[in-house]
Design a binder for this molecule. Sequence first.
Ligand SMILES: *Cc1c(COP(=O)(O)O)cnc(C)c1O
Length: 397
Amino acid sequence: MSAKLPMKELFDLPEGVVYLDGNSLGPLPKGALERARTVIGREWGHELIRAWNTAGWMALPQHVGDRIARLVGAAQGSVATGDTLSIKVYQALAAALKMRPGRRAILSDSGNFPSDLYMAEGLIRTIGKDYELRTPAPEDVLDRIDEDVAAVMLTQVDYRTGRMHDMDAVTRAAHAAGAVMIWDLAHSAGAVPIDMAGCRAEFAVGCTYKYLNGGPGAPAFIYVRPDVVEAVEPALAGWLGHDAPFAMELNYRPAMSTERLRVGTPPIVQLAILDRALDVWEGIDMADIRTASIALSELFIAEVEARCPGLALASPRNPAERGSQVSFAFQHGYPAMQALIDRGVIGDFRAPDIMRFGFTPLYIDEADVIAAAETLETVIAQELWRDPKYRTRARVT
Ligand SMILES: *Cc1c(COP(=O)(O)O)cnc(C)c1O
């Protein structure tokens, strides 16, 4: 039987805050601070360089990768951790293009996160051949998969609207056309059930500071389908992706697993915090998370639509087509979100006009949803967003 949700007691959440931004930065799990203290004070401080062996630092990236693998339906040993998601996107895409040398198109969509598209553009400039990045509207992707396409690279859950691609259907279409499939699970891992092994995509990438609560700057992950590992030529051939890093060989020889997509020294403090954060998921069934997330999202939509007629739902109405977030479009979305945050309800804003709310059943319950909708109603009905102090854009929105 799965653990009972929510599990607020497992997090250090500030008093008086309804946190609806765990889709952007998960909150601090209890025990994470203590773990960081141990790694810094005892392991680094006392063990010094010996800690790579004595404190298990060298084994930590793979250990954490295996824990993430369980959450996304991937086999043990098929997920590597490290770097940032943007780097992992680059690596997966570079490898995919090498796997289809005769083809010149990368197919993504206009709902993808800008960094994924920028990394693709940068890769194309680096290769210097006549590659082309295609970005149709998300609903047109299936029709645009053809035999020019080397790689289909999509983010399953749209960061702005929460719109969700059908991983199985798109992967099947990509494979039928002979293309390599890359999924970005940034807004999926820890949010919706994923079956990486079952969907048969060659690559998946994701980050761990969103729904997995690994903290700001927590390392990314990359999955490679085990039977294609040997066809993966690492574009960033760092020493920790080498088959025997400490043999200090003059030439690069890739590791025989997903580990070949590691680059350099792992961020041990962040990995240790992430390892602690993943304890929260022990005994959790992702199907229960999904059920609870849909219930919370449906309640929020109903409450907001009843209370705030000026806001337009920007997410799919059908919960089956939506990830674990709900977005509303509002012309004054930026100042309205600042006014809301000022009153303890934390969501975020995505240009041009999206107010975004993440629903994370680990620490959000129905009372939080109602409280958030009530506060939003006050902000909108009383036009509290008109206060000039909410107009100045911060660096992070
Ligand atoms: C959050 C997110 C990123 C961020 O990439 P970083 O390199 O970790 O900053 C990239 N892509 C998608 C789809 C995201 O949601």
